[in-house]
Design a binder for this molecule. Structure first.
Ligand code: SF4
Length: 446
């Protein structure tokens, strides 16, 4: 049965407790910082999409210059605090750390980064000074990582920025699309406020492009426009029974947990989650933590091809989620309009497809899973109608930009998930920086 309010307040609090325990004190942080070899040409820095100077900020921690360390991080990545919690570091900086070659534990870069950035947020250190206003105005659509990063870079240079955000809070997917045990709603709010504390950035909430605001008006009223509107619509499964009560999409499910609170979100006794990306993991683990008795994840390929990291998979398995590899949904069965079972097809791997991964092939063999809830996490699709409707050149809804982040419309720039179809938060932060640089060149600001 699907129902909410399955657990006590204490159980919810325990289940959604922060997954990353911080350092208890500076001494503990320094022990790890002092293990760093401060490599020349550091591979950890090269593997960071925002090129954070990792050896420098770690050295600053080792010498107890925490303020300087936070400055180093935020100079490259203004969402360095959030990224220290949500980045898949095992395939980025920590995965590149030279200690891996020595078959030793890599430096816990994310934990150290979290130490400095949280200190900066808690103490409200103002590490950047905004230049005096130069009388230029830029509109940004979307207060997600790309939009906020672009806004901060522009504001530093004295440009006045207005962000139009369709939700009632900023942060984008960081606030609405990631498991609450990784970043709490309070942390996300604090992070947005910290970024805004530089001044010169106004966010207008509940303002959606195409509904409350139009691109034409933004072009008229601002010197340039940056589109950082992300992706949103969940990919449909296109199978019979998809409209039964109990079939939900993962983004909505995660959004509701963040927006309404744990006790308000209904979850089934037996839940199937379709997909094996980060969103699928976040949906499965949170379904379990909300009190579902059984959670089964289905993926049509094998562990070798899964989009999530091994670390993410381990979280799901530790939470007790079952994984069925080489299985694809075929039909959702129901009684009285409600989900009762998921019929799946057994797959096998065939030739590599366009993505280079071996493609799943239907064996014709099926099996049935008794479930009362199905969570779809098979990816998201871009806002194709909105983008095409505004005359923006796109490829299946993904905005096409040139090397200067410019769209086909003069003065309109874009970046982040709306362009690449959905990558990591850290990629969106870098896209925002690139967008700001391109806008400044367009406005002839040195
Ligand atoms: Fe330090 Fe590892 Fe980076 Fe070298 S690769 S600078 S040891 S964190």
């Amino acid at each position: 049965m699907i129902k909410n309010n399955r657990l006590s307040d204490e159980q919810y609090a325990e289940n959604f407790n922060d997954i990353h325990p911080p350092y208890e004190n500076i001494t503990a942080a320094k022990v790890d910082a002092n293990r760093c070899l401060f490599c020349y040409d550091a591979p950890c820095m090269k593997s960071c999409p925002t090129s954070i100077d990792v050896p420098k900020f770690i050295k600053q921690i080792a010498t107890e210059n925490i303020r300087g360390s936070a400055h180093t991080i935020f100079t490259s990545n203004i969402m360095g605090a959030g990224c220290s919690k949500v980045c898949p570091v095992e395939k980025l900086c920590e995965g590149a750390c030279v200690y891996n070659l020595l078959e030793e534990e890599p430096i816990p870069i994310a934990k150290l980064q979290r130490y400095s950035t949280e200190k900066a947020m808690q103490n409200q250190w103002q590490l950047f000074q905004r230049k005096q206003s130069i009388g230029k105005k830029v509109a940004i659509v979307g207060a997600g990582p790309a939009g906020l990063s672009c806004a901060h870079s522009l504001s530093k240079e004295g440009i006045d920025v207005t962000i139009y955000e369709k939700e009632s809070k900023g942060g984008g997917l960081m606030t609405y699309g990631i498991a609450a045990y990784k970043v709490t709603p309070q942390f996300c709010e604090d992070e947005v406020n910290y970024i805004l504390s530089i001044g010169g950035i106004e966010i207008k909430y509940n303002q959606e492009l195409g509904k409350n605001i139009s691109l034409v008006d933004l072009q008229k009223n601002y010197d340039a426009v940056y589109l950082g509107l992300g992706v949103g619509v969940a990919r449909q499964l296109d199978i019979p029974g998809e409209d039964l009560v109990g079939v939900v999409d993962a983004i909505n499910f995660i959004y509701n947990i963040r927006d309404k609170g744990y006790a308000e979100v209904p979850v089934g006794d037996k839940v199937a989650v379709i997909g094996m990306g980060m969103t699928a993991i976040d949906a499965a683990t949170q379904a379990k933590r909300l009190g579902a008795k059984e959670v089964t994840m289905l993926y049509r390929r094998t562990e070798e091809e899964m989009p999530c990291t091994k670390h993410e998979l381990d979280i799901a398995m530790l939470d007790g989620c079952e994984i069925i590899w080489l299985a694809a949904p075929k039909e959702v069965k129901g009684v009285d309009g409600k989900v009762t079972a998921l019929i799946c097809t057994k797959m096998q791997l065939g030739e590599p497809d366009a993505s280079g991964r071996r493609s799943p092939v239907d064996t014709g063999e099926t099996f049935s899973l008794e479930v009362d809830m199905v969570i779809k996490a098979a990816g998201q699709v871009p806002f194709e109608e909105l983008i095409s409707g505004n005359g923006i050149k796109n490829s299946k809804g993904k905005i096409v930009i040139d090397e200067k982040c410019a769209t086909n419309i003069a003065g309109v720039f874009a970046g982040g998930d709306a362009v690449n179809g959905g990558k990591e938060v850290v990629d969106a932060v870098q896209a925002g920086k690139d967008g700001a640089k391109a806008i400044m060149a367009y406005l002839n600001i040195a």
